[in-house]
Design a protein around this ligand. Structure first.
Ligand code: ADP
Ligand code: TRP
Length: 323
């Protein structure tokens, strides 16, 4: 079975945009591949400056993925920092990458353009990411479009390594662009933690309903016909409900007795149907950090022999002692 691998930065508690845009598609793909799913805590360290949030977010992310259907006996779920072999490969790869290529890195360039002085972690971010992937011979990497440049670099450096040190030593990975829809937030803009417009995944039902009621809609009176197309409520509803149910909402909104309040209630119910049953699992998992540590460690133990084998192959190929 081919391998698929992806990393999730523990920078926030997952929201509905992460669920529909990343978690749901990744779990579908996981049915066809041997899947590696890791919490990219070293990548998060380029911005996170507080140990408590690193810890909390790591547990939030792990519990979310598990509650959403990751079966840890089938999918390798681990912390990036539990397999330090990744740094040995990072160095070897760094020696094959021109600084010019890293200077063209989008995040690094953006940082400079904003007048910031990006840290060396931001500069080297794509090298570590290439190592994440190449360490496990991953064939496909499901990522959002924003990560394409990083994938290109991972492919380049794998090819260069093979060209310089020997054919077929590293697997050249392929990006699998998740054609996930852009999930709008409460204000209609892209849902994002940093914009304060997100719908939390596992908040209590009451909070979830209150949040849904805050979605910005048109202000026409109840009797006036409303156009579903282009509204945030309807866009979100379509991502969750069946096509038939979506059509019902669209037609109801045109009638005098059905308004945005009704549409929001329907959206809340669709969300509750999707997330409600998982909330209890999430709460139980999240309350047991020792159990989460145990699961993540077991995941790392399982993938570590694969990492070691790659490092052995690489050390030998470059003329070091294979250990
Ligand atoms: P945020 O924008 O809240 O910081 P991240 O950048 O950490 O979220 O995104 C993590 C994953 O979730 C990525 O794969 C990204 O494509 C996906 N994602 C985040 N927000 C959305 C959204 N509004 N719609 C679709 N996918 C999203
Ligand atoms: N850079 C990715 C992001 O910001 C996270 C990530 C780190 C990753 N290492 C990876 C994704 C390896 C895929 C493969 O979302």
């Amino acid at each position: 079975m081919q391998r698929s691998l992806t990393g999730i930065k523990p920078t926030n508690a997952p929201h509905l945009g992460n669920y529909l845009g990343a978690i749901r598609p990744a779990l579908r793909l996981a049915q066809e591949y041997e899947s590696f799913l890791f919490i990219a805590d070293y990548h998060a360290l380029t911005t996170v400056r507080d140990a408590a949030s690193m810890r909390t977010n790591t547990y939030d992310v792990a519990a979310t993925w598990l509650a959403c259907g990751v079966d840890p006996t089938r999918i390798h779920l681990y912390r990036q920092s539990d397999v330090p072999e990744v740094f040995e490969l990072t160095w070897v790869l760094a020696c094959l990458i021109a600084t010019g290529q890293l200077e063209r890195g989008v995040s690094y360039k953006d940082g400079l353009a904003k007048g910031e002085s990006p840290n060396a972690g931001v500069f080297n971010y794509p090298v570590l990411m290439a190592a994440d992937i190449l360490l496990y011979d991953a064939a496909v990497v499901p990522v959002g479009r924003d990560q394409l440049q990083h994938l290109e670099l991972a492919r380049d450096v794998a090819q260069r390594f093979n060209h310089v040190f020997g054919d077929d030593l590293l697997v050249v990975p392929e990006a699998r662009i998740t054609d996930a829809p852009l999930v709008p937030g409460l204000d209609g803009q892209k849902m994002s933690k940093s914009k304060g417009n997100s719908i939390p995944l596992f908040a209590p039902a009451k909070t979830l309903r209150k949040t849904v009621m805050k979605i910005v809609t048109g202000s026409e009176p109840l009797e006036a016909p409303a156009e579903a197309e282009g509204s945030t409520v309807f866009d979100l509803y379509q991502l969750l409900a069946s096509e038939a149910d979506a059509r019902v909402m669209q037609e109801s909104l045109r009638t005098p007795e059905y308004g945005w309040g009704h549409a929001k209630q329907a959206l809340y119910e669709a969300l509750e149907a999707e997330l409600g049953p998982r909330r209890e699992t999430y709460d139980a998992l999240r309350a047991d950090e020792a159990k989460l540590d145990e699961l993540l460690e077991a995941g790392a133990e399982r993938v570590r022999p694969i990492a070691r084998a790659t490092i052995r192959r690489v050390r030998e190929a470059v003329g070091m002692r294979a250990r």
